[in-house]
Structures are given as C-alpha cells and as structure tokens.
Design a protein around this ligand. Structure first.
Ligand code: KG4
Ligand code: ZN
Length: 351
C-alpha cells in the first residue's frame, strides 16, 4: 500500500510517499519539503495569509518531485493522508483541499492526521526505532508535553506547559537578543560558544511536584537580564549594545534553563511511570544540548532514548505519511472517501 502524506499546518510544505507491506515497518520512499522561513523573516514571525498562499504554490510541484524521486506514478497512490490539525486554519485547508481533491480524482480514500502524532511517531523512521510503551517528550514551537505512549493511538498526557511552549521560549528569547525569526536554532548555535552559568535564569516549576512546565516567565527574566547588561554597559562608559560575549552567554544561560526543565521533568516522568524508554520529538528535539543532556542522564539510569532523524525533527510530510501508515496498520484509523476536508485548527491529541 502506498500512502501519500501532505503537511501544511504552519510554515513548511511537506510531501512524502511511504510504502506499507503487511505488518513490516513502513518504508519512506521519498519526501520533499519547502520551508517558508525566508518569506516570513522580514515580518519577524509567520504571516498566516502568506503561509496559505505559499502552500498553494508549492504543494503540487512538491508532489510531482516526490513521485519522481520515488519513481512511482500518481496512479499508484492508495491513500492520501494530510495534516488535519492543529495549526493555522488557512494553511491546513490547503493541504486538506489538495489531499481531498487528489483522493476524489484517484478514487482513493483520504485520512486526516494529527500533526503532533506525526511528530510523536517520527522516530519510527529512524535507524533506531523505539518499541512501545514509552514516555514521549514532545517539544515543538506550539506544544510542550510529556506523554505515556502505550501503542499507536494510546496517548496519555502526564504533563504539559501551562503557558509558552519550549520552542516559543527559544524563539522569543532569541528575538530579545535581536536574532531573526525563527530564532531557536540560531540561539542554540550561539549558545555553543557561551557560558551556561554566566547569568542566573529561573527554572520555572522545576520543583512543582508535577510534570507541568512554564516558560513565559523565562522570557521576562531574559528581558530583565538583557536590560541589566545594557545598563551596566552604559555605566562602564561603553555602548549599551550587548557584546558578542554577552550575547552568547545569555544564549547559553537561556538554553541551559530550558533544557534543565525538559530533562528533569522527563526523568521524573520515567521514574513515575517505571518505563525505561524515552522518545523525544518536535522541533526542539533537534537541539544538541538537549540531546547531550538527555543522553548523559538516561545512560546513567540505563534508559534508552530515541530521536527522529535531525531533518525530521521539524515539520515535514514524511511524519504525516508515517503516522497514517502506522494508524492504518494498527487498525486505529480507517481512511475514507469523505472528501469534505474539514480541518481542526485546535485539536487535542490525548484525553
Ligand atoms: O515542530 P516544529 O517544526 O513546529 C511546530 O510544530 O511547532 O518546531 C519548531 C520549533 C521552533 O520554535 C524552533 O525555534 C524550534 O522548534 N527549534 C529549535 C531547534 N530547531 C528548531 N529550538 C532549539 N534548538 C534547535 N536546534
Ligand atoms: Zn510541528
């Protein structure tokens, strides 16, 4: 069975083709991606209307490129999967509209996929796929959640952010340092050269006794810290602008605060559940410091950690085709010929 996956929930258009043969692990045949980052950069964030228009321009050429790469004709597609939510309504409608039109034209069923389930299951495409059950740390631009995952479709939320997501904390702190959107990866790069202990930043809810996170206060603390440094620079008779060293030190201190919260709560979730396997997914899962800290802490405790391939940490079509494939294989979803392409901009993954 050939499953076509289309992702268009935010600022990346992704298309992928996954093959399912019986119960064997699904195989990614080809995938294509177009990132809108450059287009949104002058605005300092995603402009929803521009995002939708660009998805429309990209989706069919990316589909053709994916088919060409996989050496499969469009007529060989058996199921068309698409991101049904959560995300920007207009952006989601483009993927859903394209998927349903293709489904109707080919007379094949379609399947709406939850974007976060795509992230969550993306490590199954890695060279070291996880086994159920496991604890999942889902860290993206819009979500930060710890879940117990017992099987495909069985997701129990153990804790989540009560305000900003971890990715948002990276991006907003980066903006305060004058870095371009999306600042997360750039802040991480600068942090590599900085001293993570240079500035004392809060670790919100670290000792809350539950598995929830809070990152909104951190952004305010970074803002206050940047102001303090500027004042001190002026007092010292220098330009108020942060020096290169000060910028990398703030970046490293911010990253250390975010990563410590993510690592400590993940370990607490593992201890609380008694599980010995952790899966990390979502854009922030690409963060090297997070990976190194988790690897070190989990190695000490004999806990296995799994990540998606680096390129599949951020949004892509492969994870959508894969999630559809795994849901169909597990018998928890049935594609249908309902081509009404209803999208769900707000959609909880787990109860
Ligand atoms: O999963 P994703 O691509 O989109 C959502 O579904 O939200 O995640 C994007 C987020 C952004 O906030 C971005 O800054 C962050 O992931 N991100 C990173 C890194 N790469 C992407 N944050 C920290 N370090 C990175 N290396
Ligand atoms: Zn995402």
């Amino acid at each position: 069975m050939l499953i076509l996956g289309i992702e268009s929930s935010c600022d990346e258009t992704g298309v992928a083709l996954v093959e399912v043969l019986g119960d064997a692990p699904p195989v990614l045949l080809a995938d294509e991606l177009h990132s809108q980052i450059k287009m949104h950069q002058p605005y300092g964030g995603v402009v929803p209307e521009l995002a939708s228009r660009d998805h429309i321009r990209r989706v069919l050429p990316l589909l053709q490129a994916t088919l060409d790469k996989a050496c499969r004709p469009l007529s060989s597609v058996d199921v068309v999967a698409f991101t049904q939510g959560p995300g920007l309504a207009g952006a989601l409608l483009v993927g859903a509209g394209a998927a349903c039109a293709l489904g109707a034209a080919l007379d094949v069923p379609v399947l709406g996929v939850h974007h976060l389930e795509g992230h969550l299951l993306s490590p199954f495409l890695s060279a070291d796929p996880p086994k159920f059950p496991f604890i999942a740390l889902l860290v993206s631009g819009g979500h930060t959640q710890l879940m117990q995952v017992d099987s495909v479709g069985s997701y129990k939320i153990l804790g989540e952010t009560i305000d900003d997501a971890a990715g948002e904390a990276f991006d907003k702190s980066a903006k305060l340092l004058g870095l371009d959107y999306p600042g997360g990866p750039m802040l991480a790069r600068l942090a590599e050269q900085g001293d993570p202990k240079a500035y004392k930043l809060p670790r919100p809810l670290l000792h809350s006794g539950n598995l929830d996170f809070s990152f909104a206060g951190l952004k305010t603390a970074v803002l206050t810290q940047v102001k303090k440094i500027k004042d001190a620079n002026v007092l010292a008779g220098q330009s108020q602008e942060l020096t290169e060293t000060q910028i990398v030190d703030v970046a490293a201190s911010t990253q250390a605060a975010i990563v410590e919260c993510l690592v400590k709560k993940s370990l607490a979730a593992l201890v609380g559940s008694g599980l010995r396997r952790l899966v990390v997914a979502g854009g922030v899962g690409a963060n090297q410091h997070l990976r190194e800290s988790l690897n070190a802490e989990c190695a000490k405790r004999n806990i296995r950690v799994h990540y998606p391939e680096l390129r599949l940490c951020t949004d892509n079509g492969a994870m959508i085709a894969l999630a559809a494939a795994l849901r169909i294989q597990a018998g928890v979803a049935k594609p249908s010929k309902d081509y009404s392409f209803a999208v769900k901009p707000r959609w909880e993954l787990a109860a």
